[in-house]
Design a protein around this ligand. Sequence first.
Ligand SMILES: [Zn+2]
Length: 203
Amino acid sequence: MKNRLTIIFLIIFFNSFLFSQSSPKEIIDMSEIVPGLRTDVKYATNDNFAKQKLYSVSKAYGSLTMANSLKSVQDSLMKIGIGMKIYDAYRPRTVQFLMWEVYPDPNFVADPKSGSRHNRGSATDLTLIDLKTGKELPMPTPFDDFTEKAGHSYMNLSNEVLTNRAILRTTMEKCGFEYYSPEWWHYNHIVSSAYPLKDFQMR
Ligand SMILES: [Zn+2]
């Protein structure tokens, strides 16, 4: 009897320990945290480099901590009449394997063996929009343009485009993200960078 109680106690103890460890890393639908979050999830359509629908739903999932940081980004942009639109965030690891098969270039698609920050719910791809019209602001390239023009060091662009790219970058950096040199749209969330790789399907 005493042994059984000890076992039950241990189960409860370890469960609560695991829960407290995992809860801040929970991956959620970020629209629960970011009010009115706008998305255009290209991988939930055929309009992407893999030319196939890779997600069953058009939703932006991410770590709770990343969602909180994106809320700060939204608040900050709103003051200057700008909004954000998410192209991608959490990505199941099985999708990473598929993408790697289609485009095995580590500059633009992370090797699924080590996994992408997207698989950890700690990266997001996004652009800026005009808050009034909802229209995307001009950026260097469309999403997933895998050329040097997409990189932050590419400067042969109009002043308007350079300004938009800079607004996105400075706002993201202020709110806990770091830029990724080859892609203007991709940002890694610093706090959740070491969260575990995940493979659950979004619903
Ligand atoms: Zn990305």
